[in-house]
Write a protein that binds this ligand. Sequence first.
Ligand code: 2NL
Length: 340
Amino acid sequence: MLEDQIQQLQAAALKRIEDAPNMDALEAVRVDVLGRKGSLGQFSKEFGKLAPEERAAAGKALNAAKEKLESAFDARKQAFDTDALNVRLESEWIDLTLPAPGPRPGSLHPVTQIQREIEDLFTSLGFAILDGPEVETEYHNFDALNIPVTHPARDMQDTFWLTDGNLLRTHTSPVQVRGMERLGPPLRMIAPGRVFRNEEVDASHEHTFYQVEGMMVDRNVSVAHMLYFMKTLLSAVFRREVTIRLRPGYFPFVEPGFELDIQCLICGGCGCAVCKQSGWVELMPCGLVHPNVLHMSGIDPDEWGGFAFGLGLTRLAMMRYAIDDIRLFESGDLRFLRQF
Ligand code: 2NL
């Protein structure tokens, strides 16, 4: 009987639909059974052999089976769709009550970080933080510092001269000269900032870098005062006790002048590549302010004296973060800057 065969096919197909493990398997069943060349369609070809009254009953059974299978197929498909949606909902949900992330927070340039630490320290020691112009007069950058007219530092090779006779400051000393002129003694000040040298640029030389200079002018200021402040400064910068030594050094704006070295922080003084096996690292030129320098800025050297020092901020940043190429600082390279 055709109707029995349809019944059997229907039962087998329903079971296959129910057992289909996924959408692909279900679709294969649909093509097999309901598709154009599917097994259900094969029955219609048998209809010609049937008597007309049998044909009507068989047609009815075939349509009923088709409807039943189609709705079973749709229900199974619906179940797969719902499962897939639930998986997505579980993996992709977001909490809309969380605050928006906002812009990515930036960070301060490593030199700025060290500059601010030093500013905070000196503020706590009663020093003023002074700023001044980057384009300077020859007088404030050289003459007022007792630097002879013939000094090689004034040379084209070391200084960026402007066509009007002014220059890009080669140190922040001119800020201190202006400070002495304006504040008068007694005074304590530091002058951090950007300075310029006409350098052949390589991994350890830049035309633009940062330094801080500082000075204290008062009655009876001695090398002992200078040493106290320098040790306090370096212990704060390196966040530990440092051992220092003084060697004589010549700078026209101080007398006596010194080179201050710290015992190498890498090897503890035993000798390594950083200190070139000497155990010491040259860090800070300093000295007692030359009487001529005080006099030129309107301070009586018979009544007042002072100490002064210079410290390279860029160099400190290189030491602290073990940066081996000075050109990175002015490069604007975000891959570098985002590390700080
Ligand atoms: C440097 C800087 C030093 C000073 C700078 C200074 C400034 C005035 C008066 C006296 Cl207005 N001194 N600054 C003092 C000692 C050392 O070093 O970069 N030298 C290579």
